[in-house]
Design a protein around this ligand. Structure first.
Ligand SMILES: Cc1cc2nc3c(=O)[nH]c(=O)nc-3n(C[C@H](O)[C@H](O)[C@H](O)COP(=O)(O)OP(=O)(O)OC[C@H]3O[C@@H](n4cnc5c(N)ncnc54)[C@H](O)[C@@H]3O)c2cc1C
Length: 344
């Protein structure tokens, strides 16, 4: 049976896939997005996003929290980073997903939920919802990307993130860096409106995920945070970038391995690289130069994450030095972010 022919087929309705789809449809391109889950946005995530990376069109009521102060705790420092305006915000991934889906559909994108992509052969994709012939294929299908596997790209460099969403109101955002407990990763408390994400991230080459989870639970108990009322959710975060453009197949977001190896943050990079993939499709053959800044920061974060993994003394030296530099304002918090302000 002949498949459905579409100009651009996108696998995955996360931030990368929906950002790419919207940008293409706004330029008049026919786009179909396949999402294996019944609803978009159900991703385990703490929802932290630098204020400078927020989409200006995002309705303010979608923000869960907005912070001009962050508490940073290391093994020998405990201080607050303060700014005059918001440094970082929190969002609910389901609400962000619903909003991005509505926005994409409003400009003509077809989002097919509950449809898992299964196999790619030539210019045809086989899915549970039928076969699709595509001119361009965008893999925005997260860290365990089928499209990435089809391209023969392995997944060596990934972190593990574990989060609990607990009820309660919490006044400030907290980052806890302790190589003794979390290797070269960190635990966090990110307040949302009436809940908070309490979780941990670390490069999986450093600590086993079960040990990381146990450390999170023991740290949270010591910090007086009750995790019992909620269930843990975990996922890989890929920072194994090997390229974004492979002929008529493009990768974006975690599928391209563009999250930060150091912090595990990947929403902003997903949005940005989704736009970049759209620009590459619209503009012809070259990788958009805008990716260069993101890649420079990405490589720095990757080096720091892999260099300190399994080396507590180096981890400690790096975390204490970065914390001291932030505290003494030798380093601006934006210097650690993957993207230049307002670049997507
Ligand atoms: C516990 C945890 C906390 C995190 N906290 C933060 C944070 O605070 N801030 C931050 O910036 N980042 C955070 N991240 C990372 C962030 O969630 C990811 O970097 C981001 O979601 C990447 O977006 P994406 O669109 O590339 O992929 P995803 O959001 O993973 O979306 C991929 C989509 O593809 C779909 N899919 C996969 N395979 C198929 C298939 N075969 N067929 C059809 N659909 C498919 C999936 O269902 C999914 O909806 C966290 C990650 C974890 C695990």
């Amino acid at each position: 049976m002949p498949g459905y022919s579409v100009h651009t087929l996108i696998i995955g309705a996360g931030p990368a896939g929906l950002a790419c789809a919207t940008a293409l449809a706004q330029a008049g391109v026919e786009v179909v997005v396949l999402e294996r889950l019944a609803r978009v946005g159900c991703k385990p995530c703490a929802g932290g996003i630098p204020a400078t990376s927020l989409d200006p069109a995002l309705p303010p009521e979608l923000l869960e929290g907005s912070f001009n102060r962050q508490r940073v705790v290391t093994e020998s420092q405990d201080f607050r980073l303060q700014a005059t305006g918001p440094m970082i915000c929190t969002i609910d991934r389901e609400k962000l997903g619903e909003w991005m889906q509505r926005r994409a559909e409003a400009v003509g994108v077809k989002v097919l939920c509950g449809v898992r992509a299964r196999e790619i052969r030539g210019r045809t994709l086989f899915s549970e919802g039928g076969d699709f012939n595509f001119r361009y294929l965008v893999g925005a299908d997260g860290s365990k990307s089928l499209v990435r596997r089809h391209l023969g790209l392995g997944l060596q460099l990934a972190g593990i993130g574990i989060t609990y969403q607990i009820p309660g109101r919490f006044p400030e955002m907290e980052w806890h860096l302790s190589p003794r407990r979390f290797g070269n990763g960190y635990a966090w408390l990110f307040p949302h409106r009436d809940t908070a994400s309490v979780g941990v991230y670390a490069y999986r080459g450093g600590l086993r995920s079960q040990i990381l989870h146990d450390q999170l639970r023991s740290w949270a108990a010591g910090r007086g945070l009750n995790l019992e009322s909620s269930r843990p959710r975990a996922s890989l975060v890929s920072f194994d970038y090997r390229g974004a453009r492979f002929g008529n197949i493009l990768l974006a977001g975690d599928a391209a391995g563009l999250a930060s190896g150091l912090t595990g943050e990947g929403i902003a990079a997903a949005l940005y690289s989704g736009h970049a993939a759209a620009r590459a499709i619209l503009g012809g053959d070259n990788q958009p130069p805008e990716l260069n800044h993101l890649l420079r920061r990405h490589i720095l974060h990757r080096r720091l994450a892999t260099f300190t993994a399994g080396r507590p003394l180096f981890s400690r030296a790096v975390s204490e030095t970065l914390a001291l530099a932030l505290r003494c304002r030798l380093l601006d918090h934006e210097a650690l972010e993957l993207l230049k302000p307002n670049r997507h």
